[in-house]
Write a protein that binds this ligand. Structure first.
Ligand code: ATP
Length: 284
């Protein structure tokens, strides 16, 4: 018995941090959607009670540190499953990029094992399991477009933004999400993007308005630490993107582009100084 799952990358169309909570997490407001850049997971049932993770890439952990491993162990423990699984991760999403690759793999594992083992766990319960693995996992379980509040796990589904091209570029630097949040002074944020205005822009179906409402308060921190991320944003705009933003805590920058004819110039221009560039569609 085997099954396959696609684990798409997410982007934040807006990300605001309201304040730091007594439990140490930050209270956030994010509008998230998915793009057609995805890892592919193959899950093969094993007769013995074990979890094996493999991947074609050598730079992610394949042990209990892997989020797909953690998702498989959680579902096995919670539903008392005595069977095992071999999960192969065909990684396409850049790692530690602000695109929630690991979270999406975890979510795909929950969906896939629910099917493989015939557990019939309702979506809402899969999301609750996901919240135990990471703040972005519940959103990745269902995908689509959503407003996420709380620490990111409280979801309100909204309609998809108008279809467009998304050019993603990941500079060759490592950004620690934890460091970015630690450096952020939520009481000193100069301009908070508005979730309500982004949702209104999406609901109006106006691509231009969506571009105008893009905003991410974590840019203040990451762009200061890594000026090349700012340069990448400027290059994207110069090359013709209609709007740009850093996703999550970075360092990936994405540009939204309405006209397909503009995409090759932006893609090729960025490839000149950035190795990891992708041109994909929104997953609508
Ligand atoms: P987020 O936006 O949720 O912070 P990210 O996109 O910045 O996530 P990931 O690609 O999820 O980052 O990787 C973060 C870290 O998690 C990596 O350093 C990697 O070692 C570890 N990791 C664990 N499981 C996975 C996985 N299945 N795929 C990629 N990285 C994983």
């Amino acid at each position: 018995m085997k099954t396959y799952e696609k684990a798409p990358a997410k982007i934040n169309l807006m990300l605001d941090v309201l304040h730091k909570r007594p439990d140490g997490y930050h209270e956030v407001e994010m509008v998230m959607t998915m793009v057609d850049l995805a890892d592919r997971l193959e899950m093969v049932e094993l007769p013995r009670d074990t979890i094996i993770i493999s991947s074609q890439v050598g730079y992610i952990p394949l042990d209990e540190k892997n989020l797909a491993f953690q998702a498989a162990r959680l579902i096995k423990d919670r539903y008392d499953v005595k069977r095992g699984v071999h999960i192969h991760l065909d990684k396409k999403i850049p790692v530690a990029a602000g695109l929630a690759g690991g979270s999406s793999d975890a979510a795909a594992t929950l969906r896939g094992l629910n099917r493989l083992w015939g557990l019939n766990i309702p979506m809402i319960e899969l999301q609750e399991l996901g919240a135990e693995l990471g703040s972005d996992v519940p959103f990745c379980v269902t995908g689509g477009t959503a407003l996420a509040t709380g620490r990111g796990e409280v979801l309100h589904s909204i309609c998809n933004p108008p279809q467009c091209w998304v050019v993603l570029a990941k500079p060759p630097i490592n950004v620690s999400t934890q460091e970015v949040y630690t450096r952020l002074r939520s009481d000193q944020i100069s301009k908070h993007p508005s979730a309500a205005d982004m949702i209104a822009a999406i609901q109006s179906g106006s691509f231009q308005e969506v571009c105008e409402q893009l905003g991410n308060v974590l840019e203040d921190v990451t762009l200061k630490l890594h000026p090349e991320v700012q340069q990448l944003k400027e290059a994207m705009m110069r090359l013709g993107a209609d709007g740009t933003l850093m996703s999550g805590s970075g360092p990936t920058v994405f540009g939204l582009v309405s006209k397909e004819s503009k995409v090759p110039r932006i893609y090729n221009g960025l490839r000149g100084f950035c190795r990891e560039v992708y041109a994909v569609r929104l997953l609508t």
